[in-house]
Ligand binder design. Structure first.
Ligand SMILES: [Cu+2]
Length: 281
């Protein structure tokens, strides 16, 4: 009886916690309202199943409790019950999965007018690269990483000369312009995550991953690493500032291009320690 009561209390407590909890999402600052709808849908399905299963357990414990002279019948298999459960589970899982797949396909179908912004992760900081006037990012390669070229940008690629390099500093984005975030890691697994944008994606060494979004609100947003990447993982924070077009242009004017950065010290490029870090991990 006590166990049945505890189970009922768990359900009531969970529902009350949901209704009364002050913990909820940060206000959205991008076009990904779909992500929220998908989460809400998943939440209702899993929440309903959770309540139903726990309440059913409580009912069974109460209804079939031990009574003097009563013996339980052994029934190891019930085809009817099994097929019924299989169908309900399959429908539930499909209902959770299907909307997610539609949203996923939109998430990675980049609109033609999106500007590319490269995010480079390394233990434990964020760097960014914007295409210059040509609108194209130059190629890059982890083997090209040196002290003078910490992001491994290809100096022989004509497209990379005017690329704007934002090394270990804040990224600015103009409001209401779609951006394609091109994600790269130069050591271990990381994950680029800005909670307000409702967007995150793993960054895999040797691979380029991406997603797109349109910032819809100006402000300062925190970038988190959402993939355990070593002892400094918790401190791997960054900042994205969504500016009005004018503020964005002012900021952009102050940034250095790859050509400018690589000019002063062409001599004796040293191999950056980040190349060997990957092996240690
Ligand atoms: Cu990380």
């Amino acid at each position: 009886m006590a166990i049945a009561l505890v189970l009922v209390l768990i359900v009531v407590g969970s529902v009350l916690f949901h209704v009364l909890s002050p913990w909820w999402w940060t206000p959205i600052a991008s076009n990904w309202g779909y992500i929220d709808s998908t989460l809400v849908m998943t939440f209702w399905i899993t929440g309903a199943v959770f309540s139903a299963v726990v309440l059913f357990m409580a009912y069974c414990i109460f209804r079939f409790r031990h009574k003097e002279g009563q013996k339980a019948a052994y029934e190891p298999e019930s085809r009817k019950l099994e097929s019924w459960l299989t169908v309900v589970t399959a429908v539930g899982v499909a209902a959770m999965l299907a909307p997610g797949l539609f949203v996923w396909s939109q998430f990675i179908t980049v609109p033609k007018d999106a500007t590319e912004v490269e995010v480079v992760a390394q233990q434990w900081q964020w760097s960014f690269r914007l295409p210059g006037a040509d609108g194209k990012l130059g190629t890059s390669n982890a083997r090209l990483i040196t002290a003078d070229n910490p992001l491994g940008i290809n100096p022989d690629d004509p497209n990379s000369k005017d690329d704007v390099v934002v090394q270990a500093a804040d990224l600015h984005l103009p409001i209401d312009k779609p951006v394609k975030m091109v994600l790269r890691s130069i050591d271990v697994l990381h994950d680029f995550y800005v909670p307000e944008f409702r967007a995150k994606m793993d960054m895999v060494p040797g691979m380029i991953t991406y997603f797109w979004f349109t910032p819809t609100r100006t402000g300062t947003f925190e970038v988190l690493c959402a993939e355990l990447c070593g002892v400094g993982h918790a401190f791997m924070r960054g900042t994205v500032l969504v500016d009005s077009e004018q503020d964005y242009q002012t900021w952009l004017q102050q940034q250095a291009t790859f050509a400018q950065l690589s000019q002063p010290s062409k001599v004796g490029a040293l191999v950056a320690p980040s190349a060997s870090k990957a092996k240690v991990q």
